[in-house]
Every structure is written in C-alpha cells, then in structure tokens.
Design a protein around this ligand. Structure first.
Ligand SMILES: N[C@@H](CCC(=O)N[C@@H](CSC=O)C(=O)NCC(=O)O)C(=O)O
Length: 276
C-alpha cells in the first residue's frame, strides 16, 4: 500500500492510498479521512460508496464531510466504484464497466475476472483498513445512488458487521429499474436468485435482523421516477416493520450539492450507533 495524497483537514488528515487488490485483480485507490485523535485512540469507521462515474475523489472533494467526521471522531473511507486499468474490461456506456461496479460479485465473462466489488468492500478493504489504521473495528455504511444501493445491500446482507445504513438517492430496487437491469444482466446473467440477492427490496422481505436505515431523497432529482423509486423502499419497510427514516427534500437534485447539504445529518445519525 502506498500513500499518494495527504492533506491536513479540520485538525485531521485527508489521505489517498493505492494498493494491489486481490479480489479485483488490479491496482485500486481509496480515500480515508482520519479525524484528530490521541495517539492510542481507536475510532469507528464509516464507509462511503459513490455512484456511477465516480472514483475515490468525488466524495472527498465535494461532500464537505471532513468537518463533521472530525467533530464526531469517525474515520471515513471512500473507495473507487469499480476495478480499473487497461486490463480490466470496460464499456462505452457510463453505466457499465469501469466506474459502474454496482457492488456485486460478477459471475459472467468478461466481467467475472475483476468485478468483485462486493467482496472487495465487505472483506478485503475492511481488513486492510483495520490492519493499517487506528480503527476499533466498528463500522457503518452509507452511499449515493449506485453507492446507495451498495450501502443498502451490503448492510442488509451483513448486519453483524455494520451498525447502521444510510443513503442519498439510492437505487432501491435494481432488479426493477433500467440501471440495475442492465448491470445485473451483464454482470450476473439471467439468474433470478442472484439478482434478488443484490436487491434491497428483496433483502428486506427476508431480513431477520433489523439495522437502522436513513435515506434522503431530493424531489427535483431527474432520476427519481425511472431509476430510484423510493416508494418501493418505504412500502416494503412499512410492510415488514423495518426501521426506515425517509426524508423527501423539496427542490434538491441528484448532485453533490444535495449530498453536501445533508451529510452532517448522516454522520450524526451513524455516530449514535457507532458509539453503542
Ligand atoms: N449521465 C450522467 C450520469 C452520471 C451521474 O449522475 N453520476 C452521479 C451518480 S448517479 C448514480 O449512481 C455522480 O455522483 N456523479 C459524479 C459527481 O461528482 O457528481 C453523467 O455521465 O454525467
């Protein structure tokens, strides 16, 4: 692992690292914000999963999260959204291939050689962070859009690993919307059970353990009706008595201006559960 950026920020340090990933079979970058802390102090970790076309930079340069992470003494890790490189398959469309890993383990060629973002986030990156940084091995997860889908699915599938889940404008039902159907067809083929295993709506239907979920959704989001469909999430949570707070934010769109407006609330939300 090598450090490629380090910036003082709100008394802590915003850093970016490069490492060789075994799960993804390529070189990867991730960003990590380390809040100010005492020498022997161990801190909880909040994972941020970004959306389509993003890499490890979007969140750290646009969300304005460092101030709140410093105040709440939480480490924030933001990985890239897919494997990358000349040897990694790609596609001309922005919603498939590099920059569009969808946080699944691909089973179909040519994607299956590298596109194992689920294993990368849940196992490899988490272990790498715990080994190399001052964590207390307590973590929560959040994300945006495709990354909101990733945070929901990863949290719901691993309630023993994460304390809480939150998302901005998540794709809540990838099996039912164009972005998800396209990605799942390419990465997973036509196997219905595999699709269901990466679909938050399906996972909530069968959830035995309930984690607190917070979702913020802008009402002026261009992707709202076709790709995101938050009502599917609120309906299933109501039916299953699953704890969800869904805030509809009047006039906000899909951008990082929206995320920056409410990131403080999300960090505050997770901090309560990370401290327990
Ligand atoms: N057609 C657009 C789509 C890309 C886009 O809007 N990406 C969002 C996430 S969408 C769902 O996962 C994003 O976070 N963009 C990066 C940013 O910094 O705003 C396009 O190609 O522009």
């Amino acid at each position: 692992m090598e450090i490629i950026e380090k910036h003082a920020s709100f008394g802590g340090s915003q850093e970016v690292y490069r490492h060789q990933s075994i799960a993804l079979n390529c070189s990867m970058k991730f960003s990590i914000y380390l809040p100010p802390h005492d020498k022997d102090e161990r801190l909880p970790v909040l994972y941020w999963l970004s959306g389509l076309t993003c890499n490890e930079q979007n969140f750290i340069t646009k969300a304005g999260a460092q101030k709140y992470a410093a105040e709440h003494k939480v480490i924030i890790v933001a990985p890239d959204t897919s494997p990358r490189g000349e040897d990694v398959p790609d596609h001309a469309d922005y919603d498939l291939g590099q920059g569009a890993g969808f946080y699944v383990n691909a089973t179909k060629a040519p994607w299956s050689q590298h596109f194992k973002m689920y294993d990368y986030i849940v196992e490899e990156l988490r272990n790498l962070i715990d080994l190399n940084f001052p964590t207390n091995q307590v973590q929560s997860i959040m994300g945006h859009s495709m990354g909101g889908h990733g945070a929901l699915v990863i949290g719901l599938k691993n309630p023993e690993l994460y304390k809480s889940i939150s998302a901005f404008a998540p794709i809540v039902a990838p099996s039912q919307v164009p972005w998800g159907k396209k990605a799942f067809t390419h990465y997973l083929g036509e196997t219905e059970t595999l699709w269901k295993s990466y679909d938050a709506i399906e996972l909530i239907k069968n959830a035995e353990v309930h984690l607190p979920i917070l979702v913020d959704q802008g009402t002026a989001d261009d992707f709202l009706e076709e790709q995101l469909r938050p009502k599917l999430l609120s309906d299933i949570c109501l039916e299953q008595e699953y704890p969800l707070t869904l805030n509809l934010r009047e006039g906000y769109d899909h951008s990082y201006y929206f995320i920056a407006s409410f990131i403080e609330k999300h960090i505050e939300f997770h901090s309560k559960f990370l401290a327990k």
